[in-house]
Design a protein around this ligand. Structure first.
Ligand SMILES: [Fe+2]
Length: 309
């Protein structure tokens, strides 16, 4: 099946407690490209090789976390169809008009069972760098500024009712389950990885008592060497690193987790499985969760299960 419905995670709007420090981090340490600021004071970024205007938006607030995660859909007809399907499913819908965010068309916002705000949109202005669409080179000067990921790739969200999220994303939004962890009862899914593409996941959820929590937003790099370089840059800038560099058992991605200056966790990763919707999902038992998280060390890092924003 060609990609026809939900295409990919398009943008995440993050809350930060110090916009100046956060802007320095996302622009100069993580190495995103600043693309604009709006009248509400939000700062917009894209990864250097992304084409659309923004993928990370920072909003200053009293507490860190995620305001919403938005997915780009194929076109306006798809957006209208999915809005109707969400209404039929019983999701409360809020329409956000075009222009509320810079360079972004109308959005369909809804709250999912875990308490997160998810949005769909069809239109965002493309702002390719000079030469990106005509005989481009493989990288640019911007690809050498900071960690410089290729794209914002996925998010992991913590909240209750993960299995209701699973139903919504698979039955209404066209995602499919790629991997899951069962709780000690051996049956109940406590964590799910979901794809709308051939990626190992476009979004993932872990069961958690508090609704609406952000675990991490993840950024794609293209090699293990770039992961090690990212670790060097984190240390040079005294970024708190939580885990890695290492490899996950789940998804097989190679990874580092760290925290932005407001305490929001982020991930830089490369590699991992590719998925297809006809393949059965991979199951992980509770006792193998440590190797699922950190395969070489087989270690269940306590903070990974408890620290969220
Ligand atoms: Fe991740």
């Amino acid at each position: 099946m060609a990609l026809t419905g939900v295409l990919r995670p398009g943008h995440a709007q993050l809350r930060v407690t110090d916009l100046y420090r956060a802007t320095h981090f996302y622009r100069d340490v993580l190495g995103l490209v600043e693309t604009g600021r709006d009248s509400a004071g939000r700062v917009y970024f894209k990864a250097w090789d992304e084409r659309d205007h923004n993928s990370i938006i920072l909003r200053e607030a009293d507490a860190p976390g995620i305001d919403h995660l938005a997915f780009k859909v194929r076109d306006n007809a798809t957006l209208e169809r999915l809005e109707g399907d969400l209404r039929s499913w019983g999701a409360p819908i809020e329409r956000v008009p075009a222009g509320e965010m810079l360079a972004t068309g109308r959005r369909v916002r809804f709250e999912i069972p875990s308490g997160h705000r998810i949005e769909l949109y069809a239109e965002k202005e493309a702002v390719p760098y000079a030469g990106q669409l005509q005989n481009p080179g493989p990288w640019t000067a911007a690809a050498e500024h900071g960690i410089a990921p290729i794209r914002m790739d996925h998010a992991l969200l913590y909240g209750p009712r993960v299995n209701d999220n699973l139903a919504l994303f698979t039955e209404v939004l066209g995602f499919y389950l790629t991997e899951f962890v069962t709780l000690p009862d051996g049956e109940t899914k406590g964590a799910v990885w979901l794809s709308c593409s051939i990626k190992a996941h476009d979004i993932a959820f872990v069961e958690h008592t508090e609704p609406g929590r952000l675990h991490h937003v993840s950024f794609l790099l293209d090699s293990w060497e770039k992961i090690l370089r990212a670790g060097d840059i984190m240390s040079m800038n005294k970024v708190p690193v939580e885990i890695g560099p290492t490899r996950h058992g789940i998804t097989r991605g190679m990874t580092i987790y760290g925290f932005d200056p407001s305490g929001n966790r982020f991930e830089t990763f490369c590699g991992g499985l590719q998925s297809y919707p006809d393949q059965a999902p991979i199951a992980w038992s509770w006792d193998e969760l440590p190797s699922g998280l950190d395969y070489p060390q087989r270690k269940l890092h306590e903070t990974f299960l408890t620290v969220v924003t």
